[in-house]
Design a protein around this ligand. Structure first.
Ligand code: IMP
Length: 187
């Protein structure tokens, strides 16, 4: 069919926004920073499934203080249309975090709805401290005031895939962070 556009173009045809080499270097830097900030303590890294899984795996290995993992999963209802309460927890943490030093690990801080919801929820568990690490930050898109303590890269308001991030569940395993072509989203 000559006039139909593929919905899932091959990743290697998409422009690289951040290369795997740049990611690796920045993850090393963040790892050093987190190590310095938490020296002498242990940390619980809580990843937000599924997008943060790869960033969490890399960050965990870049940190030289003891760390354990946990994961949460959320679903969102029409994020673009709803301005609050748009997020629902579908998987909670497995182990108590009371009195622990916790870092919530996210792939992208976008509108902020997901992380402000999760931060509120995690604070109810009374951790000793709670910080946020995000691979990407899209400050232009914020609907609620929230900032991450550790940001690997600030990016403009573009849709990206790769390094854990998906479009319709595809492309998570792509090594670089690439710009998903807008024409393929049908918007
Ligand atoms: P928000 O901060 O609540 O808007 O949610 C951020 C979530 O939206 C991220 O964890 C991603 O799952 C998703 N997201 C936002 N922008 C992108 C993108 O450019 N590519 C892939 N997922 C995205």
């Amino acid at each position: 069919m000559s006039n139909s556009k593929p919905s899932f173009p091959p990743a290697d045809q998409m422009e690289i926004l951040i290369s795997s080499g740049q990611i690796a270097e920045r993850v090393r830097e963040l790892g050093k920073q987190i190590t310095a900030d938490y020296r002498g303590h242990s940390i619980v890294l809580i990843g937000v499934l599924k997008g943060a899984a790869i960033f969490l795996a890399d960050i965990a290995r870049a940190i030289e203080v003891d760390n354990t993992f946990d994961f949460v999963a959320v679903s969102s209802y029409g994020r673009a249309l709803v301005s609050s309460g748009a997020v629902k927890l579908i998987k909670d943490i497995d182990n108590p975090i009371e009195g622990k030093h916790v870092i919530l690990v996210e792939d992208i801080l976008d509108t902020g709805l997901t992380l402000s919801y999760l931060r509120g929820l995690m604070l109810q568990h009374k951790p000793s401290s709670l910080k946020i690490a995000t691979c990407l930050d899209k400050p232009e898109r914020r609907l609620v005031p929230i900032e991450a303590d550790y940001v690997a890269f600030k990016i403009p308001n573009k849709f990206v895939i790769g390094y854990g991030m998906d479009y319709a569940e595809r492309y998570r395993g792509v090594r670089d962070i690439r710009l998903f072509p807008e024409e393929a989203t049908g918007h």
